[in-house]
Write a protein that binds this ligand. Structure first.
Ligand SMILES: O=CCCC(=O)O
Length: 498
């Protein structure tokens, strides 16, 4: 396996393309496989097992067996093994970055950026593993005391998206393993190999067989496999990152058996720039955020609101900065903007640009159309549109493509009302040098996270997660993320003679 790889791996064990169950390399019961496509060329470069419902039970039973022993490991043993895994991932950085580029399309520098971000999670949960604590309570009833302990919930299933496949696999798996849970990962059909690679490294680091299993499947197989995982009685927790539409389905499946779940769903994030902002600072943060992975991040700036006094100047700055982007294959020297990961994203982006133009928007940079050069890759030039209004699809839905739309606003009240006028509430960004306003915005913007003079607020140490239809639960951060994989048990004691 791995001979089709268009690049050489330093560690050839990472090129094994079968599922990992119970420490063994496993194929789908049907024997079928699906192709993994390089978005930068549109060509298949590997294939993975196309698992279906009938493959789920054996994987879950393996995770359950592993849970029986792994959950009894001391927190220190878990922390030490997580640390070894962290080191193995760092040692495999060059191989993982190349796989990431060929699965997602993102430029090599961004792939390294994702890996550096990803290993902040392994590192963070090394520390968290030993910091889980219960409490003791003096009862209102004489002679009684209560204590609480935290216990791992059991086998967890992770449904991981394609946009940050290593970072989000590690964000979920590190928390689960730190808590004492075992996990089955179902990666997206676009990005199965990164999940397989990091799971093999977990085995190498010393996690027991079955502690981290991976089942791969195609686009067609995804709904059935996800449903079978969510409904399996031995799966006690589901963590999902993806669209709000699918999140509602997954959440409904979990609700049938009152299963614990964490939902990291879509965003429609406002990015607000006031007249008194440091425009260079706002521009730098916007460029990093908007073009990161060709706009395909849930936390990407979806709606850019600029106050009237600096609107024209800021639009010019954005156009000049967009002109510096170099579109190309992620492995090509100097590329700063890769393709989108799926052709579906191109269809959607073209539809959004067309809708905006029909409703009065103006294209000031790019075309809003897919690249017609015949490269075969899923490219769209960076496109900047102005005169964006709230009735346009670009304002109402997550764009997930290199399309940047700019709206003008006049007052603070107006922009807060417009920013909050969405079912989503993942993250919001605001740029102003007025401290009182900054605090007001922090409190009044309806979002689980707010970036204040900051365009990147995702980090291992701060809780990550949305409100409203952007989801529920938190990943990363102190206590809250690990608790997503634990139950709290209280014990009440009656003590004679006290
Ligand atoms: O796309 C969702 C996750 C992005 C991030 O963790 O910053």
């Amino acid at each position: 396996m791995g001979s089709q790889f268009p690049f050489t791996l330093a560690d050839s064990s990472l090129g094994q393309l079968n599922c990992l169950v119970d420490g063994e390399s496993v194929v789908a019961k049907s024997g079928k496989r699906f192709d993994v496509i390089d978005p930068g060329s549109g060509k298949s470069w590997a294939s993975c097992p196309d698992c279906r419902e009938e493959d789920v039970d054996a994987a879950v039973r393996s995770s359950h067996r592993a849970f029986q022993s792994y959950s009894k490991w001391t927190p220190r043993q878990r922390a030490q093994t997580l640390l070894k895994w962290h080191q193995e991932i760092i040692a495999a950085r060059d191989d993982l970055a190349k796989i990431l580029v060929h699965e997602t399309g993102k430029p090599l520098a961004e792939a390294y950026g994702e890996l550096d971000y990803a290993t902040t999670f392994t590192w963070w949960f090394v520390g968290e593993a030993e910091r889980v604590q219960g409490s003791s309570i003096v009862s209102a009833i004489p002679g009684r005391r209560a204590v609480t302990i935290k216990q791992p919930v059991g086998v967890a299933a992770a449904l991981v998206p394609w946009n940050f496949p290593i970072a989000l696999t590690l964000r979920k798996a590190s928390a689960a393993l730190a808590a004492g849970c075992t996990m089955i990962v179902k990666p997206s059909p676009e990005t199965p190999i990164t999940a397989l690679s990091v799971a093999r490294l977990a085995l190498k680091a010393g996690f027991p067989p079955g502690a981290l299993n991976v089942l791969t499947t195609s686009l067609e197989g995804t709904p059935g496999l996800a449903e079978a995982l969510c409904l399996h009685p031995l799966v006690k927790k589901v963590t999902f990152t993806g669209s709000t539409r699918v999140g509602k389905i997954i959440s409904g499946l979990c609700a049938r058996n009152l299963k614990k779940s964490t939902m990291e769903l879509g965003g429609n994030c406002p990015f607000i720039i006031f007249d008194d902002a440091n425009l260079d600072q706002a521009l730098g943060q916007l460029m990093g955020l908007k073009w990161r992975h060709a706009g395909q991040a849930c936390v990407s700036s979806n709606r850019v609101y600029v106050q009237r006094g600096v609107y024209d100047k800021f639009v010019d700055l954005v156009i000049n900065a967009a002109a510096l982007l170099k579109m190309g294959h992620g492995m090509a020297e100097g590329t700063t903007l890769g393709p989108v990961t799926t052709p579906r994203s191109l269809d959607r982006a073209e539809e959004m640009a067309k809708d905006a133009l029909a409703k009065g928007a103006k294209i000031v940079f790019g075309t809003g159309l897919r690249d017609a050069s015949g490269s075969g890759g899923y490219f769209m030039e960076p496109t900047v549109l102005t005169n964006i209004t709230d009735d346009m699809l670009m304002s109402q839905e997550e764009i997930f493509a290199p399309l940047l739309g700019i709206s003008v606003f006049d007052t603070e009240d107006e922009v807060i009302q417009r920013a909050n006028n969405t079912a989503m509430g993942l993250t919001s960004y605001a740029f102003t040098k007025n401290v009182d306003r900054l605090w007001r915005l922090f409190e009044l913007l309806e979002a689980g996270m707010v970036g204040l003079n900051t365009g990147n607020n995702s980090s291992a140490e701060a809780p990550f997660g949305g409100i409203k239809e952007s989801g529920s639960g938190k990943e990363s951060g102190k206590d809250v993320a690990i608790e997503e994989f634990m139950i709290t048990k209280s014990g009440t004691f009656t003590i004679e003679g006290l």
